[in-house]
Design a protein around this ligand. Structure first.
Ligand SMILES: [Zn+2]
Length: 412
């Protein structure tokens, strides 16, 4: 353990890092104010404002339980961080094939960029490698199972009930077993519900949560920064960090979806309350990236926003120092945290604004029958796939900002 790593419970930062961090925070606060001035008509809302972290109150049992629950969840992606097991996972990936596919795709992105007169392709080799992994994983490696087919005659099965795992199944991380009966031969089929990515890697089948579990681990095997994303409304997926675009990218390995954070509310009509991204680098409330409309946000009642912020920082302080022992890495991650916080708040402001405009246009159309709807908003809402949410064309000669290019596209 490094000598400067003795900060006890708090996240250790040396003085230099602290002063740079304070400066950054101050500048972000100013930028944030300026941003709000540009958008005075934005509906004030807590989720678009900076939040001061506060620990759960002594008598707030519900908030304390949520805290315990999230801390327990935060250990799941730490299971991936085992070099021997990651090596084993790597053996399963057809690296040469994926690498070649990635090469070819990068060339396509480069050609596309050239034809549009851009100097940078949209995605680099790193992201194309994950895209190739995603295709291989969904199409050839991992199988979605609802009712498992009969292993005797391959006929469909019907579920009978849940049963306890055998000692062997339990040793392989099964917490319970779904028992099915074959409709043709009557044989019983056991479907152990494994929790460990390592065991799921061996059985190569499962449901959405299992997809997210194994796929996130495989991204880690490729040494890509990856988050395991938990949604309170019973769904899980992955985020990977794109060095090329300097932002976290949504990846749903069960749906073979890349960078479509709005697919859940737009395509599925899914409403969500809490979406939390966990990794060895800590925890982040990323709900606002996925809830693309205030109507799709369910009440957040498990704790106050300040307490949630506190829990996110608590988890980050718990895990990050072990993986980011040096000041330089910690500073880089801190800058990313601040930038992502600004990004998510700005995104939410834009979401509220867009919703307001759509509702105003709908009301005007209802009043006047033929009066023109807000074409710009509706095109934004329904037109392009929800790639990235935030894309502002960057002039070729623009200075590279100190802060990653996460600044929102909306504004004056
Ligand atoms: Zn059968």
């Amino acid at each position: 353990m490094a000598g400067n790593n003795s900060g006890g419970g708090s996240y250790p930062l040396d003085d230099h890092v602290k002063s740079v961090a304070r400066d950054l925070q101050h500048r972000f606060a100013q930028m944030s104010n300026r941003d709000q001035k540009f958008d005075l008509h934005v509906i004030p809302d807590l989720l678009s404002q900076p939040v001061v972290p506060e620990p759960p109150a002594q008598d707030d049992k519900e908030a304390q339980n949520f805290e315990k629950y999230l801390i327990a969840m935060s250990h799941i992606p730490l299971n991936y961080e085992n070099p021997g097991l990651l090596d084993e996972a790597l053996q399963q990936i057809p690296l040469d094939r994926l690498s070649q596919e990635a090469e070819e795709e990068v060339e396509l992105f480069q050609a596309k960029a050239a034809s549009l007169g851009r100097s940078r392709p949209e995605w680099s080799h790193q992201e194309c490698m994950v895209r190739a992994l995603l295709r291989w994983f969904r199409r050839s490696f991992f199988t979605f199972v609802n009712n498992p087919p009969c292993s005797e005659c391959l006929s469909p099965t019907n579920k009978i009930r849940n049963v306890a795992p055998t000692p062997e199944e339990r040793a392989h991380s099964a917490t319970w077993v779904e028992l099915y009966a074959c409709v043709t031969c009557g044989a019983y089929e056991r479907f152990p519900r494994y929790t460990e990515a390592w065991q799921l890697l061996r059985v190569k089948r499962g449901r959405a949560g299992d997809f997210a579990n194994v796929f996130t681990m495989l991204c880690r095997a490729l040494d890509i920064r990856a988050r395991w994303v938990w949604c309170q409304e019973d769904y899980l997926w992955t985020e990977i960090y794109s060095e090329h675009q300097q932002r976290w990218v949504h990846v749903d390995s069960c749906e073979e979806a890349w960078d479509m954070p709005h697919m859940y509310y737009k395509n599925w009509g899914k409403k969500m309350s809490y979406v939390i991204a966990f990794s060895r680098e800590g925890a982040v409330d990323v709900t606002r990236r996925y809830v693309g409309s205030p109507d799709a946000l369910l009440p957040r009642t498990r704790c106050s926003e300040g307490v949630l912020k506190f829990i996110m920082e608590e988890i980050t302080n718990l895990h990050r120092p072990k993986y980011a022992p040096d000041g330089e890495t910690r500073l880089r991650l801190y800058r990313e945290d601040v930038a992502e916080d600004v990004q998510l708040r700005s995104l939410w402001s834009a979401t509220l604004e867009q919703s307001r405009r759509l509702k105003a246009a709908a009301a005007a159309a209802a009043r006047g029958g033929r009066s023109s709807p807000d074409n710009k908003s509706s095109a934004n809402m329904m037109g392009s796939p929800a790639t990235g949410d935030i894309k502002r064309p960057i002039p070729e000669d623009a200075p590279v900002p100190d802060v990653p290019s996460l600044w929102p596209t909306y504004g004056p």
